[in-house]
Design a protein. Structure first.
Length: 536
């Protein structure tokens, strides 16, 4: 999953209404169960530190085979996987919040790994402790399920007896994107902590993002720039609570999450992990989940006093195509080998946008995916951005991940957030008065003489702006119309912008003396065309 922000200007597009309204609840085939689970043993005190881990006989036997594949064990990851094997409510549907919570509990800063799970419903020989001969078929299935791996990837292995008496085996595989120097999980109230590390696997341009307890996101000033090393200071200056830290980097599929973990300022980490088991019925269609995702996005925005996003069906079609691309080519990212980045995809679809943001994700249900995005500072910033007005969401299902009858279908989701050109503009009749009032305030704050607005010049400028916006040449004789009103000369300035606020940044508003007329019209692609006529 990723957070990205692009500013693009593109040709015209159609805009359609939203999907059919569906509230995000179980009545429409998505069933949710709240879970409260407590891991055994002490939680890690640091991220990035060596963990203490003693494998069982079965775990050691599995680990030996994984090492032959070229994998390297991460003791903290194994510790988390043993608890996940014990606590997961079902082998075929493991809540992302539970995995994330156990990774943090074990001091693992990496994003969620790829999981392979095998379960023995009947285990009379104690395969959760020792690798007896009767356990061999399950171990072979588990290791075979890992499939091809890249040299140097990390693994964690956990085997445990579940509450209902089965034996569950889990292998987690991850491509470590960042080596993090040890950092404490808990920081004193008002304290500070240094975040240092280096990106791995050719990744570059690290960025450290944080969501503070109030839910606001911020980017930490960090050294490192274009290279792989980084250093940043996190200050507990926004109150006590959890500070969610995310390290972003440029990877093979664009910006990616290299690490994502909570730091606790002035409070203790939770001893009980809260997660939600989400089951999606087989008759639920992709557009049902799109509607539920939209409802969840707008519910979150309303709760924070933000305007709801309008649906863009053209952007949704682009999002669906990207979700299919991710499913068919086995990646979750923003940059596709075949379609490029989101700006290129929207441009080919002839979709106008002054601002574009994109979230991509893979999960098992709309609520679980939404909560995972909210736990990521970068994705959260996109969901709660105040510079977008529309969203198009595309969902596709992947094939079930096993032959088990209850195996869930993975959900590939893409959210394209955008603001069409001029979406921040007031009503057409209010554009010029609003601009002139803002210019008056700007000049007053700067200690400049008040502007002289000329209504006759406004009328001439409005005709010129309409002509320019329609792609026509300026009407003949407009200069003479200015002279007929007693002005000896006139300078004309044309400005085109996808954003109304950008019109205020024009340097001429700060001239020592300002005597002018203004006209603003909307272009064929939604952009704003402003004509300013200056006279002595």
């Amino acid at each position: 999953m990723l957070a990205s922000l692009l500013a693009v200007a593109m040709p015209a597009c159609e805009r359609a209404g939203g999907p059919r309204a569906l509230p995000p609840d179980a009545a429409h085939g998505v069933h949710r169960t709240r879970l409260e689970l407590q891991p055994q043993g002490a939680a890690a005190t640091h991220y990035g530190a060596a963990a203490s881990w003693t494998p069982s006989g079965t775990e050691a036997a599995i680990g030996t085979r994984l090492q032959r594949l070229g994998l390297r064990e991460d003791a903290g990851l194994s510790r988390a996987m043993r608890e996940l094997a014990r606590l997961a409510p079902a082998r075929t549907n493991i809540p992302a919040a539970l995995t994330d919570g156990l990774l943090a509990w074990a001091g693992v800063a990496d994003p969620a790994p790829r999981l392979v799970v095998v379960e023995l419903e009947q285990d009379s020989v104690g395969c959760h402790r020792t690798a007896a001969r009767a356990c061999e078929p399950a171990i072979v299935d588990l290791v075979d399920g890992v499939g091809p791996v890249a040299a140097g990837q990390r693994y964690g292995v956990g085997v445990a007896r579940t509450e209902r008496g089965s034996t569950r085996m889990i292998v987690a595989v991850l491509d470590r994107a960042v080596e993090l120097e040890p950092v404490p999980v808990r920081v004193r109230s008002g304290g500070r902590v240094e975040l240092r590390g280096s990106l791995q696997g050719g990744r570059a341009r690290p960025s450290v993002e944080v969501t503070v307890p109030s839910g606001q996101a911020r980017t930490l000033a960090s050294s490192g720039g274009e290279g792989s090393a980084f250093a940043a200071t996190l200050a507990c200056d926004a109150g006590d609570g959890a500070y969610q830290v995310e390290i972003l980097a440029d990877g093979p599929h664009g910006i990616e999450v290299a690490a994502n973990f909570p730091l606790y300022c002035g409070v203790s980490p939770p001893r009980v992990l809260v997660a939600e088991l989400e089951d999606v019925d087989r008759d639920v269609a992709p557009d049902d989940l799109e509607a539920m995702s939209l409802a969840l996005v707008n519910e979150t925005r309303r709760a924070r006093g933000l305007p709801e996003l309008q649906w863009s069906e053209p952007a949704a079609r682009v999002a669906r195509a990207h979700s299919r691309d991710m499913r068919e080519h086995g990646f979750v990212g923003h940059v596709s080998p075949t379609t490029g980045d989101v700006a290129a995809r929207l441009a080919r679809a002839r979709i106008d946008a002054a601002v574009v943001r994109e979230n991509v994700a893979r999960g098992y249900g709309p609520s679980g995916i939404h909560q995972s995005l909210l736990r990521s500072p970068g994705h959260r910033a996109n969901l709660l951005a105040d510079d977008v007005t529309h969203v198009g969401i595309g969902v596709v299902f992947g094939p079930p991940e096993s032959a088990a009858a209850d195996a869930p279908r993975p959900v590939y989701l893409t959210q394209n957030f955008l603001r069409p050109p001029g979406a921040d503009a007031p009503a057409p009749a209010d554009m010029v008065p609003t601009l002139q009032q803002r210019v008056a305030t700007l000049r007053q704050d700067a200690g400049l003489a008040a502007a002289q607005w000329d209504r006759a010049l406004d009328a001439i400028a409005a005709r010129l702006a309409r002509a320019r916006a329609a792609g026509r040449g300026l009407p003949r004789g407009w200069e003479q119309q200015v002279f007929d009103r007693g002005h000896a000369s006139v300078d004309s300035h044309a400005v085109t912008s996808p954003q109304f606020d950008a019109l205020l940044a024009v340097a001429l508003w700060r001239a020592p003396q300002l005597h002018a007329g203004v006209g603003i019209a909307r272009g064929q692609g939604g952009e704003l065309v402003m004509i300013v006529l200056l006279v002595p």
